[in-house]
Design a binder for this molecule. Structure first.
Ligand SMILES: C[S@@+](CC[C@H](N)C(=O)[O-])C[C@H]1O[C@@H](n2cnc3c(N)ncnc32)[C@H](O)[C@@H]1O
Ligand code: SF4
Length: 423
């Protein structure tokens, strides 16, 4: 198969969005529909039904005939340069790991070729489940579709959703806030532990995210049920958490898996952390971080990493934050366990495009120094990214954003940001 155009995911992966809709993966512009064009949702359809829907069949056949399916456009658009990555390219790497422990993608491909895209003997092995949108935070780079914390937080302050613009280049009403007031609590109503039941014995990987997966007791049932899989000695479970909450019962449930990966979503320390991920408390998060570091230190099958989202709020602080993770004696994070997402989208209120061009040279210089110090690819990748960003000509939008953040969140101390961007 041509690795420039082929994707393994329609042959082995399934994704459930916070609202329960079923997709092939998180970048799929799907969602999967049934023969009557009804959107398939875990509340009304089983994952097995979706797996051999005409929709999945069609996408498999398109890949087998060398086409680039239109619903995969997000990946094709992300793959712009030689070093760029996409959901598809990371899936190719993940599937190579599955092959090393016994999975045979070619069996699924051959079956699909012989059977007009239908897979009876080959089942899904790689899942991402976003277990609703129940979350305790309203992070400024995130949205109500992932967090009902947004609705709770702004409603409790009597702030109308259409006023949360931060700066004038984001026009309201915005599609990004469409799910304000929506609560996706299907894991409490649909027995979440059963959604993977049909193919329980074949799972190699489950990425459990949300919402905030650690605040949902039903996710512990899901994990305990996973342990009944005959494939447990090959099954990797990954949990992505905002680290505001250590659920002891959940940690206890993690015994027995082939691998556990816990990803702490952390973008900054101290007040910048509280500003980007509100309403959070950095000292509490730091204590939880220490607990997770210890947990991974003592369990040989557990790895712990950090995922950082870079926005206009924390860009100036990333170098010192990553230094802190790597150099603090009690943390000693390996730089290879730090991953990154960069928010670049003019419709996003904290997207990097509002950062004035004049501030970038200094930030790049700092990254260059860190690169030589830590020899970590991550600095280089982010700097390559910077070269393609259409930075703002002046600080107007940045200051507008800071003023509005202060207006909605008088509790934030944003002096550090004002100081940088007033210059
Ligand atoms: C939606 S969250 C759900 C899991 C959990 N609540 C957390 O924050 O870790 C999943 C991941 O998306 C990241 N994220 C949030 N907003 C993002 C954005 N605008 N672009 C890219 N990633 C984002 C989070 O930091 C987290 O690592
Ligand atoms: S904690 Fe996660 S889901 Fe909740 S608002 Fe923040 S990024 Fe979104």
């Amino acid at each position: 198969m041509n690795s420039d155009k082929f994707c393994p995911m329609p042959f082995g992966s399934m994704h459930v969005d916070p609202d329960g809709k079923i997709y092939i993966c998180c970048s799929d512009r799907g969602p999967i529909v049934d023969d009557y064009n009804n959107v398939m949702n875990v509340q009304t359809h089983s994952l097995r039904e979706a797996w051999n829907s005409k929709h999945y069949q069609k996408i498999r056949l398109e890949f087998l005939s060398g086409q680039k399916p239109a619903s995969c456009v997000e990946c094709w658009n992300s793959e712009v340069g030689d070093s760029s990555t996409s959901t598809r390219t990371s899936a190719i790497e993940r599937y190579e790991k599955f092959e090393n422990i016994g999975y045979r993608l070619n069996d699924a491909i051959n079956e699909a070729k012989e059977n007009n895209g239908i897979l009876i003997n080959s089942s899904a092995i790689d899942y991402q489940v976003m277990s609703g949108n129940l979350c305790n935070l309203a992070c400024k780079m995130c949205f109500p579709s992932y967090s009902n914390g947004w609705t709770k937080f702004y409603t409790s302050r009597n702030i109308d959703v259409n006023d949360i613009t931060y700066h004038s280049s984001v026009k309201m009403p915005s599609k990004l806030y469409e799910d304000f007031n929506k609560e996706y609590n299907w894991p409490k109503k649909t027995t979440i532990q059963n959604i993977l039941q049909d193919d329980l014995d074949n799972i190699y990987f489950l990425n459990l995210t949300g919402g905030e997966p650690t605040i949902l007791p039903e996710n512990i049932n899901l994990i305990n049920n996973l342990k009944k899989s005959k494939n447990i000695n090959k099954l990797e479970l990954c949990i992505i958490t905002n680290t505001t909450n250590i659920n002891k019962k959940l940690l206890d449930a993690l015994d027995g898996f082939y691998k556990i990966t816990i990803v702490s979503s952390l973008d900054a320390m101290d007040e910048i952390a509280n500003i980007q991920r509100s309403p959070s408390n950095w000292s509490q998060i730091y204590n939880n971080l220490l607990t997770l570091r210890q947990f991974s230190y003592y369990k040989s099958n557990v790895s712990h990493g950090v995922n950082t989202v870079i926005t206009a709020l924390n860009l100036h602080h990333i170098g010192s934050f990553w230094d802190f993770l790597v150099s603090t004696k009690d943390l000693k994070m390996n730089p290879s366990m730090i991953s990154v997402a960069v928010v670049v989208n003019k419709d996003y209120p904290v997207g990097l495009e509002i950062v004035p061009r004049s501030a970038i040279a200094k930030i790049k210089e700092e990254f260059q120094k860190k690169l030589s110090l830590h020899n970590s690819e991550i600095y280089k990748n982010v700097m390559d990214y910077f070269d393609n960003i259409d930075w703002a000509n002046d600080n107007t939008l940045m200051l507008e954003m800071l003023d509005n953040i202060q207006k909605y969140h008088p509790e934030h101390n944003i002096k550090e940001l004002y100081k940088i961007y007033y210059e």
